[in-house]
Design a protein around this ligand. Structure first.
Ligand code: DUC
Ligand code: ZN
Ligand code: ZN
Ligand code: ZN
Length: 484
């Protein structure tokens, strides 16, 4: 059974043109004028784009004494509803647990997925087992990206010596290092001080994680990655200090990428102040929302190309879970939703406002990350041979975001009441129409794991630091006698 998407305008990261798209066996088999298929999807007035890729989700993740509420079932349904056709989730090994063992737990959870998915591996501790398993994780299991938490002291955080060891190993193996860049020691100090002074509410979460803790950690991670010779991807870049470090590194020829979240682009720190406890706590995430200057910096970075990807860090907790932190803000589970709203919110606040072109929208929601993760052009492309992960995007379709109508399993939405213009008419996951005009036709278990190979030596950071400072013995005469 072939399907044809007719009368649409194809938008890729670099081209805009009118053509039909013919699909068979989950793949794009032809692109051109006047194509015919067994089933016809009308794209009149719409854009045909690569489905979104959200490279940053935490589905059913054990965290801060509970589990994030959206699992691979509700999470991928939310993704497809908003035009996202692939998610990349983080495997989180326990202390002392092997990487492959932890990955099996994730494979059990992800059997529920209705769209394709991949994993990043978190390096939550460092030791021989992690060192030894890295090659098999990359070469046999198809996970080439490894996340390091520079925050969450006493839990997920790794120290600089561990980070340098891990980065060096990844550099040798052709992997990519990811960092959650916040100075966890300083956050712990500030949190303790705030609590001691009676600042127990959710606003103190923001005070405990100022932009400087993120800027410092981003700079540190970039320098360590440079010394280790590994490309670096900085997740949830939320402030100018961090963006500045990434911009400078890129300008110096270092292979460093930054990922702002849709939440940081569109919601600011006022969400934590002069609002009721639940409202503020529901928006507690790390890094916290920032002021307008930081938001302007992130938008500018997307326009100029110094920031590469828009993600969500989707890690959804119910109001009841958020209330674990009544009386102590450090116990509020960190995380917000966003999977369903990332594409419509970015279109509304990015494309409709003229900040981004439709082609740039495709680049930052799909193609750039497919290239970075090494799954392009299977994903992130409208090309013959690519997976038919597509969104038929209606730029005139509007809705007001409401938790009561969302796919996510939590009881609120951080974008509640916002009107978005620009929504999927159809979302296709490997040729299957999962969404038609808001009607969900997802199939639990349809999603497949996407293996991603390491990039090898071709993807090394470009700094010449190693060559300039490589240790070499110097022939000397006139060495003074010792002990004189
Ligand atoms: N930040 C969050 O807000 N939630 C999950 C993990 C993270 O780093
Ligand atoms: Zn993080
Ligand atoms: Zn995260
Ligand atoms: Zn089908």
């Amino acid at each position: 059974m072939t399907k044809v998407i007719k009368n649409g305008t194809i938008i890729t990261h670099d081209l805009t043109y009118k053509a039909d798209v013919l699909i068979d066996g989950g793949k794009i088999i032809e692109i051109g004028p006047d194509l015919q298929g067994d089933e016809q999807l009308d794209a009149t007035g719409c854009y045909v784009m690569p489905g979104g890729i959200d490279p940053h989700t935490h589905l059913e993740m054990p965290f801060m004494g509970t589990y994030s509420t959206d699992n691979f079932e509700s999470g991928t349904r939310a993704a497809l509803s908003g035009g996202t056709t692939m998610v990349v989730d983080f495997v989180l090994p326990g202390q002392g647990q092997g990487l492959v063992d932890a990955m099996k737990t994730w494979h059990n959870k992800s059997t529920l997925a209705s769209c394709d998915y991949s994993y990043h591996m978190a390096v939550t501790w460092w030791g021989e087992k992690v060192f030894d398993e890295m090659p098999t994780v990359i070469n046999d299991h198809g996970i080439n990206t490894f996340k390091h938490f520079m925050a969450y002291k006493g839990a997920l955080m790794v120290n600089d010596d561990e980070m340098y060891a891990s980065f060096s190993r990844l550099g040798e193996l052709g992997g990519i290092a990811l960092v959650h860049a916040e100075n966890g020691d300083v956050v712990a100090e500030l949190s303790a001080k705030l609590l001691a002074a009676g600042n127990t509410g959710p606003e103190a979460h923001a005070y405990s994680r100022p932009a400087q803790v993120e800027g410092e950690a981003t700079n540190r991670a970039i320098m360590i990655a440079d010394m280790a010779g590994v490309p670096l991807y900085v997740v949830h870049t939320s402030c100018e200090e961090s963006h500045e470090a990434i911009r400078r590194a890129r300008q110096q020829g270092k292979r460093v990428w930054g990922e702002p979240l849709i939440q940081h682009l569109t919601l600011d720190e006022s969400e934590y102040f002069n609002k009721d406890w639940d409202h503020a706590a529901r928006r507690v995430m790390s890094p916290p929302f920032r002021n307008k200057q930081h938001q302007d910096s992130l938008w500018a970075g997307l326009q100029a190309g110094s920031l590469s990807v828009v993600a969500t860090d989707h890690c959804a907790f119910t109001t009841e879970q958020k209330r674990y932190g009544v009386g102590d803000f450090t116990k509020i589970p960190n995380g917000t939703g966003g999977l369903e709203d990332r594409m419509p919110m970015l279109w509304t606040h990015g494309v409709a406002t003229g900040r981004l072109t439709p082609n740039e929208f495709v680049a930052v929601t799909s193609t750039n990350i497919a290239k970075i993760l090494n799954c392009y052009p299977r994903k992130g492309a409208v090309l013959v041979g690519a997976d038919a992960d597509l969104v038929v995007w209606d730029p005139e379709k509007e809705k007001t975001i409401q938790a009561s109508a969302q796919q996510s399993a939590i009881d609120y939405n951080v974008f509640e009441g916002q009107t978005v213009k620009g929504l999927p008419r159809f979302t296709l996951t490997r040729g299957h129409v999962a969404v038609h005009d808001g009607e969900m036709r997802t199939q639990e278990g349809h999603g497949e794991f996407v293996k991603r190979a390491g990039n090898g030596a071709t993807n090394k950071a470009l700094s010449s630091w190693k060559e300039l400072t490589a240790p070499r013995p110097v022939e000397r005469t006139g060495i003074p006698a010792t002990g004189v």
